[in-house]
Design a protein around this ligand. Structure first.
Ligand code: CKX
Length: 603
């Protein structure tokens, strides 16, 4: 059960109840909750906390907002006896960063990784027709051997403080929905589909895994009118669709896949999901979807909004998709962690391409140094062996969770790691080797190269299937009136890529300027709305000069919260939109450009 990550559905065989709402909540600075019997008796002095939400921004005192350490949630959950005989489970969409789950005083499971779901089988502990005490202990400390990477220090007053090596606030809590599930004992535990196209025919290779070996498996594919277009029998097979409606970029078409399990002619389980028929491939310096070249226009993003922090909020998500469509975008990167599953479902429906990123961020001591830490090569550290296993586990779970989404174009295995020291190479060799066969669809794998990791300095250029470049001339160096030198430097690097024998696409996955909305200045100064436009115009001139540049994703869709510091005025302001999702002037500029650039730009 622990490895079952299927998105919950409700039907006559499967029960799904969201446990969102107010939960009991309590900090545990002295880590005494276990000793004081909180798993058995509930929290001793609880306050109420919304779920899903990050706890931080609800508080009005700084010690609570910045709280780092153990903290607890509890809820009494009534379970009806009509669910008896099934596997009863809790499913947590995201618990940041590590969790211990208890039911009626018994520890059920532990999980590390704050941006991916996990299930806890509570069948043995659950009491029917009664309230059950669900208690979760969370911990939000940052460590070098954990993802995302950072340190936790202790201040002289005894308070712990998170020191991220990354540039987003360490929002913590039950950030995504919690589900109570009741599933048949004999059930579908996972499925995989991969599409290949032969002429006018799509072949959908499917594979279904089940909890028990005996049940018969039937798979059907229905079009949007509910007509069955293909049927398969057995745990694996091929669904053949003639004249298929392909899933295309910004022109999505979704079929419904139905999986049915029967034993002795009795249906015992059904699962359904929407899938898209499409292929993705990198060929030379082109990104191909269904064999046709695509130019990526879109954003690096964050799950970040006022009040609820990093919590998934359907309203914010809806607005973000409307903004991206208004801009003429066709893609985004889930910087710097896998997002809520609803995001991928939106993208599947709207025809957006996703570069799906694991929270391997902060793997660079210079980034830590920029944020107040040390300066040494990250991969020289003695923490990398422990870190590696967690990193691989989270890539495995991300691919396991997201592998069937037509929107997922590629996997980003790290953001801005330190690749300009040789000690990175063995880590990368192993990582790219161990992740090679995780995705049945064999999507391209990549990672973002930071400013310091250039054509000349990076030792890891051989690994990605295509390149993601994060570049900040005009902002972090050669800024203001020197921006023309920034442009010259950027062109000089790109000339080196062009002159090399590397024949892979390059996508600019970050570039931008912090911009204070409402600050106007003629001529421009840094932080003004005018300067943000000038910087984007500079990059656009460069993008249009090199054929191998196959995408532009400015940083960021919207302003977002970071640690406080002398580099940030209440967060990172590189958004094209404000944190409350209103456009800065640059959004109008870029919108005009993107509406003139078609998905097949440069072909
Ligand atoms: N890239 C020099 C990673 C993002 C940051 C972005 C920024 C950096 C730039 C690295 O998470 O927010 O500083 O704006």
């Amino acid at each position: 059960m622990e490895k079952e990550l299927l998105y919950p559905v409700m039907n006559q065989y499967r029960f799904d109840q969201k446990l969102d709402g107010l939960w009991d909540f309590q900090f545990d600075e002295a880590a005494q909750g276990d000793a004081q019997g909180w798993p058995e008796n509930g929290l001793s002095a609880a306050i109420q906390m919304p779920v899903p939400a990050s706890f931080n921004d609800f508080f009005t005192d700084k010690a609570s907002r910045e709280y780092t350490g153990d903290f607890w949630y509890a809820k009494r959950v009534f379970v009806l006896s009509t669910l008896k005989g099934r596997t009863i489970a809790l499913r947590f969409g995201a618990a940041t960063h590590r969790a211990v789950v208890y039911v009626n005083g018994q520890e059920i499971r532990r999980h590390e990784g704050g941006f991916l779901p996990f299930t806890a089988d509570i069948t043995a502990e659950v009491k029917f027709d009664q309230e059950n005490l669900v208690v979760v202990k969370l911990n939000n400390e940052l460590h070098r051997d954990a993802l995302p990477a950072g340190d936790t220090t202790v201040l002289k007053n005894g308070k712990k403080m998170a020191k991220p090596f990354f540039d987003f606030y360490n929002y913590s809590g039950l950030n995504r929905s919690v589900h109570l599930l009741a599933l048949p004992q004999d059930r579908v535990t996972d499925y995989t589909v991969t599409t290949s196209l032969v002429g006018q025919t799509a072949h959908v290779a499917y594979r279904v895994t089940t909890s028990q070996a005996t049940a018969q498996v039937t798979v059907t594919l229905q079009d949007v009118d509910g007509t069955v277009v293909a049927t398969g029998h057995g745990r694996q097979g091929d669904l053949v669709v003639d004249q298929p409606h392909l899933w295309n970029v910004r022109a999505a078409y979704l079929y419904t896949l139905h999986i049915q399990l029967t034993t002795a002619d009795q249906v015992v389980d059904e699962y359904h999901d929407q899938i898209g028929l499409r292929t993705v491939k990198i060929e030379g310096h082109q990104i191909l979807v269904n064999g046709k070249p695509v130019y990526l226009k879109g954003f690096g993003r964050h799950e970040d909004s006022i009040y609820a922090g990093r919590a998934f909020d359907l309203n914010v998500e809806k607005r973000d998709f409307e903004l991206m469509k208004w801009m003429g975008a066709n893609s985004f990167r889930t910087s710097h962690y896998p997002y809520d599953e609803e995001v991928y479902r939106f993208a599947d429906r709207e025809g957006f391409l996703i570069i799906d990123e694991v929270p391997a961020v902060g793997f660079k001591m210079a980034a830590a140094s920029f944020l107040g830490g040390l300066d040494q090569s990250f991969f020289d550290g003695d923490w990398t062996t422990a870190l590696y296993q967690k990193h691989l586990d989270q890539i495995t779970d991300m691919i396991h969770r997201d592998k069937n989404h037509p929107s997922v174009l590629a996997w980003s295995l790290l953001n801005e790691p330190d690749t300009s020291s040789k000690s990175a190479v063995p880590y990368f060799e192993k990582l790219f080797h161990d992740t090679k066969d995780l995705d049945p669809d064999q999507r391209p794998r990549t990672f973002t190269l930071n400013e310091d990791d250039t054509f000349e300095t990076s030792y890891c250029k051989q690994f990605p299937d295509f390149y993601l470049l994060n570049r900040y001339p005009g902002w972090y160096h050669k800024w203001g009136y020197e921006i023309s030198d920034g442009e010259a430097g950027l062109r000089a690097e790109l000339d080196q890529w062009q002159a090399s024998d590397i024949d892979k696409p390059v996508v600019f996955s970050e570039f931008g300027a912090d911009t204070e909305p409402g600050l106007h200045k003629l001529p421009s100064v840094m932080w003004s709305e005018e300067y943000q436009i000038e910087l984007l115009q500079m990059f656009d001139r460069v993008f249009d000069s090199y054929d191998f540049i196959r995408g532009e994703q400015p940083w960021n869709l919207a302003d977002f919260q970071t640690v406080e510091g002398n580099m940030r005025v209440n967060g990172n302001k590189k958004g094209l939109f404000t944190r409350d999702r209103q456009p800065k002037a640059a959004a109008f500029y870029l919108r005009q450009r993107w509406h003139q650039i078609h998905n097949d730009f440069k072909n």
